[in-house]
Design a protein around this ligand. Sequence first.
Ligand code: ADP
Ligand code: ZN
Ligand code: ZN
Length: 686
Amino acid sequence: MSQSAVVPVVVDAPQHAGLNATLDYLCEPPLPPGSLVQVPLGRRSVTGLVWRRRLGDSADAPQLRAVQSGMPSLVPLGPAWMQLVEFCAGYYQRSIGEVALSVLPPELRKLDDAQMARRLEWLKRSPAPPATGEGVALPDLSDEQAAAVEQLAALPAGDTRPTLLQGVTGSGKTEVYLRSAARALQQERQVLVLVPEINLTPQLEARFAERFAGRRLVSLHSALTPAQRLRHWLLAHLGLADLVLGTRLAVFASMPRLGLIVVDEEHDSSFKQQEGARYSARDLAVYRGRVEGVPVLLGSATPSLESWSHAEQGRYRRLRLAQRIGGGALPAVRLLDMTALPRPAGGAAPSALAPALQQAIEQRIARGEQSLLLLNRRGYAPVLFCGACGWKSGCPHCSAWRVFHKGDRTLRCHHCGFSERVPRACPDCGNLDIAPIGRGTERLEEQIAQLLPTARVGRIDADSTRAKGALQARLTAVHAGEVDVLVGTQMIAKGHDFRGVTLVAAVNPDAALFASDFRAAERLFALLMQAAGRAGRDAAQAARSEMWVQTWHPRHPLYAALKAHDFDAFARGQLQERRAAGLPPFASLALLRAEARSAEAAAAFLREAAQLAAQLQGHEQVRLYPPVPPPVSRVANVERVQMLVESGSRAALQRLLVLWLPQLQVLRSTHKAVLRWAVDVDPLTI
Ligand code: ADP
Ligand code: ZN
Ligand code: ZN
């Protein structure tokens, strides 16, 4: 057998392949790297990918087995794609095979070569959109937009320093993306646009589709049917799609002619994958740009502190859009001091809205303008309570309260999903008078309808938009002016270009000021600034647009920065605190999580893991904190414990993880009570 007929293959089975090793197979005729293959593994047959190089010491197996079938009709995945996957696997500590196969469309595994060949024929013959467009009238750029577009166009080829486009809400960042995309398309290159949640901002997709009407645009996100996802992926992979618009998984789209990557709302936490390989699509986009020699444009009004500090240090180029389109003002921020309000008599629950805010909304309604009320908590009330015996609606399976949903009369756990009909009487003492405590969006909607009986009130949150098409319908109603007051969670704060909104109010945002997670303030500030950015987007109305904040802490520095619309001041303050506390971006973190039926079993695993780490080379550069339960420690009867691993040096942390994790796989086998364990590199929440 000739040596050239042995190929290295990755499969999605780390228990066989080791964390980052390839398996050798005989292959006649040899298939090139990047080819999909079907290979025997133990008694099974699994899908694998011929890899670009041999990794680990999987050779010298006494009997090489042969590849069962290949898919030669499909162009192999390219070396840059494989390098991205290898980097992702290495950095986030997963196997290459797992990453490679999990980011490909699942349908790919179900087809044989003949089926694939037919599909490709059909795709290549399917007509491209009619070549209209590109002649459509373009808006005149604002001076700032023009300067940004010009600087981006002047980048020398191969300059891969990422660009942070820091532009206030309504400053027209999208137009800068569109112009940069147009340039790349003119040069026959493909454009990749990453967005946080595609369903939330259908406008963005519509604007790209309209601007590039003669081009083929495909979307890639998890709401596609498997067949759509395969089709879109193939169009990108074959180079037939010019634009790919997608959520985090689209960062792995195979694009042979890639010429530009845009990451819109780059600060958004949904770019971080929360299971399996816990990658950050934003960070991978930056890596991908460097590998492929392609410019990366990160856009936000409220950049992540990581990106912002890169820009401060000059590692990223920064372009600013400080003015709103049309010169409109940003909304005036009004902090409503709730401590100064008279308390309602007789212990009655306070009104949802302070009188001044209610009046301001009534004025908006009288003028035919819209108001948004932000409350980041869904359901009717976060807990039900029995005043007679003290019973509360706890979840029997989690260390959390079950939320009262009035619409379907259920008590529902937002952690494990356990749901029951709401009891008529207290389950413990039979008292008929059990009361909802606190307020979620459902209750706020009801209270607003009572306070403002003539208003047309709408609500957008995960519950009200569960049905297919419901979100689109509700957004359309807001755009059409059929809603006077829109109540909602963070879903209403993001990206929407609502033209009729002149008032935004955060009803009760204080909790995040005192959360234990060090990123809570950053998230709150971004949320409030984004929410404020929904008001006054029509320049004609901007001058009287307002952002109200109902707070018991009106003198908190976070609110002072919000009032001044000064993201930079906020970022500087936060970074000072982070530097003093040794937190990201001044340190690198990983979180080791373990789950077991008992917290003690999970903690025992972590403690032993820490002992192993202490014997590894380079451990003195890494600090391990004692295992602690996360805020909600028990979910679905499983106890969770986590251990924070920190280092001042990213490289030192990475070196330790590489040595440590294989040991943990072994350690796990002696801790039978541990159900799952995982490491999260660069965790977003701790
Ligand atoms: P951002 O994403 O920065 O919040 P958008 O890109 O949504 O802002 O732009 C805000 C609004 O301004 C949109 O309605 C957009 O169509 C409009 N717009 C952007 N650039 C221009 C321009 N140069 N001339 C006129 N209108 C523009
Ligand atoms: Zn009771
Ligand atoms: Zn539960």
